[in-house]
Design a protein around this ligand. Structure first.
Ligand code: MYA
Length: 150
């Protein structure tokens, strides 16, 4: 497979997810040379977690486009990780996704995240998969619940 450029923008700091949550987090981001997903995580200057993600050939659903479940898996990991990176030890309780446009595979896209609210143990994270310019493929609200960290 040709080289995939997952580099971030100026001012983004690389973010080491396994250093925070451990090496169990492999389903989406665990195979950096693989044909499914390739992922790099960063923090923006405002500390929001952001990901650059390549959807490889093994994420295909509709011909030449990403399977909805592949986008759901990405959002589950990235939005859950956004809560962890903000200091909340959580699991995802509810993930509400709107698929807006078919996402072509074999290209790098961006996942932006935002902590919208914190209410007791409930942390609401919002995110989107988009091209980083204007085209939004998928949007999601992710309700995370704080647990005892294991
Ligand atoms: C284990 C972690 C290891 C670390 C791994 C690092 C990974 C990092 C990356 C992460 C990426 C990977 C991420 C993953 O893939 S995590 C894996 C996918 N997620 C799961 O498998 C979670 C399974 N569910 C549970 O374990 C329990 O149901 C939890 C813990 C979530 C809540 O059960 P618990 O008995 O503890 O709490 P509670 O029931 O009293 O609820 C508490 C409050 O929350 C509200 N509520 C609950 N559910 C919902 C709902 N669906 N919609 C709306 N509201 C909901 C509820 O009304 C209440 O509100 P209030 O009445 O107080 O107002």
């Amino acid at each position: 497979m040709s080289e995939v450029d997952l580099s971030g923008e100026k001012g983004w700091q690389p973010f080491d997810a396994p250093a925070l949550v451990g090496s169990s987090l492999r389903f989406v981001s665990g195979d950096p040379e693989g044909d499914r997903f390739r992922v790099s995580y960063y923090r923006k200057p405002d500390s929001a977690l952001v990901a650059r993600i390549w959807f490889g050939p093994e994420t295909e659903g509709p011909p030449e486009h990403a399977h909805g479940g592949s986008m759901a898996a990405v959002l589950d990991e990235v939005l859950g990780l956004a809560a962890w990176s903000a200091g909340y030890a959580i699991v995802v309780a509810n993930l509400n996704i709107n698929f807006r446009c078919l996402l072509p595979i074999m290209q790098v896209v961006q996942v932006d995240t935002e902590i919208v609210s914190v209410d007791g143990r409930k942390v609401l994270v919002r995110g989107k998969i988009w091209d980083g310019q204007e085209k939004v493929y998928t949007e999601a609200d992710c309700l995370c619940i704080e647990i005892q960290a294991v």
